[in-house]
Design a protein around this ligand. Structure first.
Ligand code: ADP
Ligand code: MG
Length: 718
């Protein structure tokens, strides 16, 4: 009979109520199962013994064989410390205890060989080791000893209460004794075979007591794969269930609006990537399920036209569409751009933002509800409850990283609630009470694929991985403030050629006043270097009235001004193809994705564009890495990967809430390859056997159910 792994940890020999309480509160270990899954953070080579004269001031964990030759007590500020002389044939060092001194004195034997293990410190001319793990050499040799000694996660409280790494190891050994080290397999035989994975029991043994570094490696691989496999499986199942359960509005045809636009008004040829994405979207809209698609495309890759053409599909099927953008400027720009594209199509488009006048707003509400208004563009204002559509069929969110999940879900509820037009709608509505519109979220802050797969695993993903033809890669350089005169000379030359220039200052919320001052100082000095009437300068910042902002933007768009001095309000989306120089002031204060977004404001026309990153002289290592990355590459995905490495996954947008990265053993950044393979196999498995009913998949189904039951897997998903 096998041991039930759900047995509370209290029952394990050597644990007892006190230790159990601590294990629960400090490490979240409640059951045998939890304990097995408490994986070591790292391993130490215990085959190596140091001599005292080999020690260095590196603070690394070492083990030394020696004898205690005597104790002394040393008074210190508070209480006293116990110090032992520890000696081998090459020298003497000290062992130090600040707590538990009586026990130590009573139990440790002098002049017997001990193995001392711990971190060495260099203190007033001597090496010492505080609170070493000590074991008589003869005991040490008797114990199961693996070459690589695991170091388990710990907390200060645990070590204060004597639950040292050694104790955890002991408890772990006990668990392997009680369970005979036999654990239920959790992956299917075909997967084990194909990937040559070691089995579960062997993996668990070697993760806790590695027999060799090779086996440790195999154990880690197998357990990482398993962890990622079940997360992916869960996400994919969620996605499939979603498609089954949430019926969408059927867009049955591609009609007049789309076809006319495509054949008569499209101002350029679509890139292959744009065509492919449009096909993917078309397939979603035509299916019976609600679309939930993420469109990733680097800045300038041409997402707007894809958005427009998707909206035309909605209009062709007598539905309304909306496009929501994070800033007023961007909304206005979209509005103007789409008006321009559609001017011959006779489409009713409106814009709604926080600054829309009440009378105008009332009109918009009215024409939205009676269905006259076909496309509504706007900011968050569009999400307000008062804004009701007659029959919203498609909602597009631009620059999705600026929006939260909650806002996305608000859009869902804007779907049709009027009497259904077709039997499909009737069916769809009964499931959720309203019919959610199709949703397309677009982002130019590429999320590394690995992360996207985990965080947005329940969305379908489309990628525009190709820039429109004729774009020259932007040349990026880093310049120090002292080179400013050269930079200004360069700006003059570019303006002479008819180009326009952005100069951007950082805006960081906490010090808005200071930022504002920086901006104004900058503006003044630029006005001095680029005097009127030869030069005209626009200025745009967050504290201006929307009308003034718009006025200044328009002057720049129309080419009346050559220089745009701005804060990061222009970060997203703004499109002025004639602008070819982007100067970013205090570039060290910007994050990578922001720098990339800002740079994306240039390089939109046929001319060679430049991005100049201005910084002071003192730079942190992270700043240097960011600047170097920007200079090295224009590829948004590469930049996103670099960002992920710099900041760690926890910081990236949206992922904080999702807790998706709360992994036990795998690392979303480093284990990219394993993640890809896990996703591949999860997909394959479900494709071949969508309800996991095949005999060989029984083990997957059981594990999946088990994980769901004990909530483990749900921790990963918001
Ligand atoms: P983003 O993906 O950053 O939103 P936009 O949609 O603003 O990019 O497009 C950037 C610029 O590229 C616009 O000026 C747009 O007109 C142009 N553009 C988009 N697609 C193409 C294409 N297939 N051929 C040429 N120019 C294009
Ligand atoms: Mg855009």
């Amino acid at each position: 009979m096998s041991v039930n792994l759900q047995t509370p940890i209290d029952y394990l020999k050597g644990v007892g109520p006190n230790r159990a309480t601590l294990l629960k509160s400090e490490l979240g270990v409640y059951t045998y199962q939890d304990l097995i899954n408490l994986f070591p953070n790292r391993y130490i080579d215990r085959t190596r013994y140091y001599k005292i004269n080999q020690l260095q001031q590196t603070n690394a964990d070492v083990q030394i064989v020696g004898k205690i030759t005597g104790f002394k007590e040393v008074a210190q500020k508070r209480g006293k410390r116990l110090v032992a002389n520890f000696q081998d044939d090459t020298g003497v060092m000290e062992l130090v205890w600040f707590r538990g001194q009586k026990w130590i004195r009573d139990n440790l034997k002098t002049n017997k060989p001990y193995v001392a293990f711990g971190k060495v410190n260099w203190f007033s001319g001597k090496f010492n080791m505080a609170h070493p793990e000590l074991e008589l050499q003869e005991e040490h040799e008797k114990n199961i000893r693996s070459a690589m000694q695991p170091i388990y996660p710990s907390t200060e409280k645990l070590s204060n209460k004597g639950i040292t790494n050694k104790v955890v190891s002991k408890i772990m050994q006990q668990l392997f004794i009680e369970t005979k080290g036999r654990f239920v397999e959790t992956l299917s035989q075909p997967i084990l075979n194909e990937l040559k994975l070691i089995n579960k029991s062997e993996a668990l043994f070697n993760i806790h007591f590695p027999k060799s570094s090779e086996l440790l490696h195999k154990a880690q691989f197998r357990l990482k794969f398993e962890e990622l496999f079940y997360i992916q499986l869960q996400l994919i199942i969620k996605n499939l269930m979603h498609k089954k359960k949430i019926k969408g509005l059927p867009f049955e045809k591609v009609g007049n609006y789309f076809n006319t636009f495509f054949s008569e008004h499209l101002p350029f040829n679509l890139t292959n990537a744009q065509k492919r994405v449009l096909k993917e979207i078309r397939a979603d809209l035509g299916s019976q399920a609600q679309m939930n698609r993420l469109l990733q495309g680097d800045v300038g890759s041409g997402k707007t036209i894809v958005a427009l053409m998707s909206m035309l599909m909605a209009l062709d099927n007598d539905y309304q569409a909306c496009l929501i953008a994070p800033t007023e400027i961007l909304s206005v720009q979209h509005y103007n751009g789409l008006q321009e594209y559609c001017k011959k199509l006779n489409i009713n488009i409106e814009i709604l933002t926080g600054s829309t006048k009440t009378s105008k707003r009332r009109k918009i509400h009215e024409s939205l509800e009676n269905g006259e208004l076909q496309i509504l563009i706007g900011t968050h204002a569009l999400l307000e409850d008062k804004v009701k559509f007659k029959n919203l069929g498609l909602a597009i969110v631009d620059e999705q990283h600026r929006f939260g999940v909650a806002q996305r879900s608000k859009l869902w509820k804007k779907g049709p609630t009027s009497p259904p037009q077709s039997s499909h709608e009737e069916e769809a509505k009964t499931e959720v009470g309203y019919i959610p519109p199709h949703i397309l979220v677009m982002t130019a802050t590429p999320i590394p694929r690995t992360l996207a797969m985990s965080v947005y695993g329940d969305l379908d993903i489309s990628v525009i991985d190709e820039l429109p033809p004729g774009r020259k890669p932007i040349k990026t350089v880093h310049r120090y403030d002292k080179n400013r005169l050269n930079v200004f000379r360069f700006i003059r030359d570019e303006i002479k050629k008819g180009r326009q220039v952005y100069i951007v200052y950082p805006l960081i919320q906490e010090s808005e006043k200071m930022d504002y001052k920086d901006l104004m100082d900058g503006y003044e000095s630029i006005s001095r270097d680029f005097p009127m009437p030869e030069y005209q300068i626009s200025i745009v910042h967050g504290q201006m009235k929307p009308d003034d902002k718009e006025y200044e933007m328009q002057r720049f768009i129309k080419g009346e001004t050559q220089i745009m001095v701005a804060t990061t309000v222009i970060e997203v989306g703004v499109n002025v193809p004639n602008a070819s120089v982007m100067i970013i002031e205090s570039a060290e204060r910007f994050g990578l994705s922001q720098l990339h977004q800002l740079r994306g404001r240039v390089g939109r026309g046929a001319e060679q564009s430049y991005c100049i990153l201005m910084t002071g002289h003192k730079l942190s290592n992270d700043s240097k890495t960011r600047l170097e990355t920007m200079v090295r590459t224009n590829d948004g995905f590469e930049i996103a990967e670099a960002d992920l490495k710099l900041r760690g996954p926890g910081d990236l947008m949206g992922t904080q809430q999702s807790g998706v990265l709360n992994l036990r053993i795998a690392d979303i950044v480093k284990d990219n390859a394993i993640l890809n393979s896990a996703r591949y196999y999860a997909k394959q498995t479900l494709q071949n056997d969508n309800n996991l009913s095949a005999p060989e998949n029984q083990v997957i189904l059981n594990t999946y159910k088990q994980l769901a039951k004990f909530k483990n897997i749900w921790n990963y998903i918001s």
